[in-house]
Write a protein that binds this ligand. Structure first.
Ligand SMILES: Nc1nc2c(c(=O)[nH]1)N[C@H]1C(S)=C(S)[C@@H](COP(=O)(O)OP(=O)(O)OC[C@H]3O[C@@H](n4cnc5c(=O)[nH]c(N)nc54)[C@H](O)[C@@H]3O)O[C@H]1N2
Ligand SMILES: Nc1nc2c(c(=O)[nH]1)N[C@H]1C(S)=C(S)[C@@H](COP(=O)(O)OP(=O)(O)OC[C@H]3O[C@@H](n4cnc5c(=O)[nH]c(N)nc54)[C@H](O)[C@@H]3O)O[C@H]1N2
Ligand SMILES: [Mo]
Length: 748
């Protein structure tokens, strides 16, 4: 039989698969989509990886004693292979037991994680749908990506769309902007990825277009490579987590020089008086001057004044990457950026104002009509129990504890059973040794995974899931102009089953099958999802192909929107006719709602608050650890391929390396009170002094001989399990201090 070529999709791009004799043998970027060939090419390696889970497994003592086994042995004991029927009856029995004895809130099923690109077989959606159908569960709210923004933006802008889906189009930057100031940079590595996957990775093209018109780029980031290549951007390297101070000082300078657009503030904002009083220093006696920001950020006054000169006139786009808000008081830099943009008065103009995430994800600022990629339907959760996404470790450790969260109180449930499908908490959570301890608390842990990830290895019952190559699906991203058919390429590897089929079987055992599947199989669901795309097309006068035509073609190019998107253009045209959904209908630079919450860590206007961990409080020898997204992987995905880098690399400034006797390529040990990990030092001159940059995603591998030493270089053993504020309760991974030294293992 000859080779067959089919189109498919992953979060790192659309690809053309070659299948020979029932085997996936090659994958190449689709069309001229610009996806990264190395990441795409890893598909066969991924699918046939040695780390695939070949059949169901149960932890040895759990198989013998069920919930009586206790959690101590998780990750340590032997995993015993069992047949599917044994595994599924165990799972069903455990769910029944916990529902009956403790109630649905004791089933933790938030199951945060990216899962796979296909929207029907999206494991996190499937597990939450399943648990909603069988009795309910404790959910997780918000996300790790932009959790703090998700909480603060609705108070300021009326909703969170400016971070979740909407963005001023790059087209308008290329046509209208004079200057782009990118806090957190525009790192091209991030454009390799988008949730749901893309056919179009064209950010480099947009940037090139902007460059041709002479748009000037200024990158404010501790890492030089956050500037896209060929852009020759000016680089300002502040201490991490000090952007808010810089933004406030620029706003203050605008006020001093009479360049603040008071008419804009008057017409389009609410509470600017309080904000202006704050930056003048009326409340705390400290005007937020350039000199003040220089002391905090470590950037010379002259460089900050040059930055001010660059933005005091012309069309200015101010952008922030999502990373800025993944830190202590992460709400503030986003609010401060909005305030600074309001002072300059260009919000709502093409190529001007502010925007979040251009450097964070492929497709932000691309021209795409939203809403044509259908999402799998969820069911409403019959119990009202949820925790902020990044608080799950705290919740496992403190049942019954009450925390404040964005104006309400959350009581942590008494978690007895954990069900995770489509995420890797031993990658994504902070303070992983703390997670290890918390993970022992529940009575039962069930995980669906295609691969033996650190999370799968720490389960009581592991069910092997298929990859997206082994089933039919529909995929795509709302930030991309394509929807893709994802035909089944090969038969399931080993005894793997689709998450959907596993849940359908379990739902049947629990007497809830029709609630879960509504009588539809895979094909039925794909057709039902496509009918939503058709219905949307009908509403908007867009011609959508029939399901069969779409499936045969392998993709559908959604027609481009007529005009490039400009954030808040309608609001700018007429704020009375198009008010924001804030209490005042305006951009809130002072929020009475937030004032009413009375949170010390989130005041009612943008403000500089010292992070708990940053260079301003570092002891002698401590450095600020920035943990960013990995270049050649998607989080912990692809680690089981040649995209692995073990131990992971850490970027260190030459001066800091010299002071510690560290040379290029040395094996080093990073540590603090929370743990330690290995890494390989890289001294490329890419980071500012006092800063270490280390990507996330290495598979957590604690060295049992050397207590607290993680050997693959997973930096989350060093990050703090701390929230941004009582408002966001979001992940603050990017505020962490550590020490580093050459690694000299003790002779055993
Ligand atoms: N220090 C630090 N930590 C961070 C961040 C940071 O910047 N710094 N970033 C955070 C952010 S923004 C995010 S989004 C998270 C990401 O955290 P995660 O989303 O948990 O990371 P992934 O590695 O993408 O995990 C997805 C898992 O789903 C599995 N999977 C894939 N397909 C299937 C399937 O079909 N079925 C099943 N059952 N499983 C499947 C994969 O094998 C993988 O283990 O990490 C967060 N953690
Ligand atoms: N290749 C690849 N791309 C990805 C992902 C991936 O795993 N791999 N993950 C995707 C996901 S889930 C998400 S949420 C996005 C995340 O998007 P981002 O959060 O924007 O990405 P990061 O790489 O974490 O951070 C971008 C840069 O911000 C800089 N930075 C960190 N702290 C500070 C600070 O305090 N101030 C300033 N000015 N700069 C700072 C760092 O140098 C870092 O390189 O990325 C997406 N894109
Ligand atoms: Mo994310």
């Amino acid at each position: 039989m000859g080779a067959v070529r089919r189109t498919s999709l992953g979060h790192w791009g659309a690809f053309e698969a070659t299948v020979e004799n029932g085997r996936l043998v090659a994958a190449q970027p689709w069309a001229d989509g610009g996806a990264n060939p190395q990441m795409i090419g890893a598909w066969p390696e991924l699918v046939y990886s040695e780390s695939r889970i070949d059949r169901p497994y149960v932890r040895k003592s759990f198989l013998q004693r069920r919930e009586g086994a206790g959690g101590e042995g998780r990750g340590l004991e032997e995993m015993v292979p069992v047949d599917w029927d044994t595994a599924l009856s165990l799972v069903a029995g455990q769910l029944q037991r916990v529902y009956a004895e403790h109630g649905a809130a004791s089933v933790f099923g938030g199951s945060y994680g990216w899962s796979s690109a296909g929207r029907f077989h999206h494991a996190r959606t499937q597990v939450r749908r399943f648990l909603a159908a069988t009795g309910g569960f404790t959910d997780q709210v918000g996300n790790y990506s932009w959790g703090a923004a998700h909480a603060i933006l609705p108070h300021v802008l009326g909703d969170a769309e400016a971070v979740s889906s909407a963005a001023t189009s790059w087209e308008t930057i290329a046509q209208e902007s004079d200057v782009v100031v990118a806090f957190g940079g525009l790192n091209p590595k991030n454009w390799r990825v988008t949730s749901g996957g893309a056919g179009n990775h064209h950010m480099p093209r947009f940037i090139a277009k902007a460059r041709r018109r002479g748009v000037k780029f200024i990158v404010v980031s501790p890492l030089a490579s956050d500037c896209p290549e060929g852009v020759d951007a000016a680089w300002i390297a502040p201490r991490p987590n000090t952007d808010t101070a810089i933004m406030l000082a620029l706003a203050h300078q605008a006020l001093l020089e009479g360049r603040a657009d008071l008419a804009f503030l008057e017409r389009y904002t609410q509470g600017h008086e309080a904000f202006l009083a704050y930056i003048r220093g009326a409340d705390d006696g400290t005007p937020k001057t350039i000199a003040w920001a220089s002391r905090i950020s470590g950037v010379e006054e002259a460089a900050l004044l040059t930055l001010w000169q660059a933005i005091r006139q012309g069309r200015v786009m101010l952008t922030a990457s999502w990373s800025l808000q993944r830190a202590d008081h992460g709400e503030q830099p986003f609010w401060a950026l909005i305030a600074l943009a309001a002072m300059l008065g260009q919000i709502g103009l093409p190529g001007g104002g502010f925007c979040f995430g251009y450097g964070s994800l492929n497709g932000v600022g691309a021209s795409a009509r939203r809403g044509y990629v259908p999402a799998m339907e969820v069911l409403s959760n019959p119990v009202d129990s949820s925790v902020p996404v990044a608080s799950f470790v705290e919740a496992f450790l403190n049942p019954g504890k009450e925390i404040a969260f964005n104006g309400r109180n959350v009581v942590f449930p008494d978690v007895r059973l954990v069900y995770w499908a489509g995420g890797n908490p031993f990658h994504h959570a902070q303070d992983l040794f703390k997670l290890e301890a918390a993970w022992r608390r529940p009575e039962t842990v069930i995980v669906h995974e295609p691969w033996w990830t650190p999370t799968a290895r720490r389960a009581d019952i592991v069910l092997p899931a298929t990859t997206s190559a082994e089933r039919n699906d529909i995929g795509g991203s709302s930030r991309d102009p394509f929807v893709f058919a994802m035909p089944k390429l090969i038969e399931p590897v080993g005894e793997a089953r689709d998450d959907f089929l596993i849940f359908r079987d379990l739902a049947d055992r629990l007497g809830r099958q029709t609630v879960f599947d509504e009588g539809l199989d895979e094909n039925g669901w794909l057709r039902r999802l496509w009918s939503k795309t058709e219905a949307r097309g009908e509403r908007e006068g867009i011609e959508v192909p029939s399901f069969d035509a779409f499936w045969d073609a392998g993709f559908w190019a959604v027609p481009e929107p007529e005009a490039p998107e400009v954030l808040f253009d309608a609001f700018r045209r007429d704020p009375d006719a198009n008010p924001l959904k804030t209490p005042s209908g305006r951009i809130e630079l002072f929020s009475r709602t937030i004032a009413g919450f009375g949170y010390a860590d989130c005041p009612p206007h943008p403000a500089w608050l010292e992070p708990q961990e940053w260079l301003g409080v570092a002891q002698d020898g401590e450095l600020h650890l920035v943990t960013n997204q990995p270049e050649k992987r998607l989080h912990s995905q692809l680690y089981q391929t040649r995209r692995k880098n073990a131990p992971e690399t850490v970027e260190i400034n030459g001066r800091d390396a010299d002071a510690r006797g560290i040379r290029e390529g040395d094996l080093v040990r990073l540590w603090n009170d929370r743990g330690a990990c290995l890494a390989v030092a890289h001294l490329g001159g890419h980071v500012g002094p006092g800063v270490l940059v280390m990507p996330t995603g290495a598979w957590f591998e604690p060295d049992r001989q050397h207590d607290w030493l993680e050997s693959n270089g997973n930096p989350n053993v060093l990050t703090a399990d701390r929230r941004t504020s009582a408002l966001g309760q979001a992940c603050a991974a990017l505020s962490a201090l550590v020490r580093v030294e050459p690694y000299r293992p003790a002779v055993r």
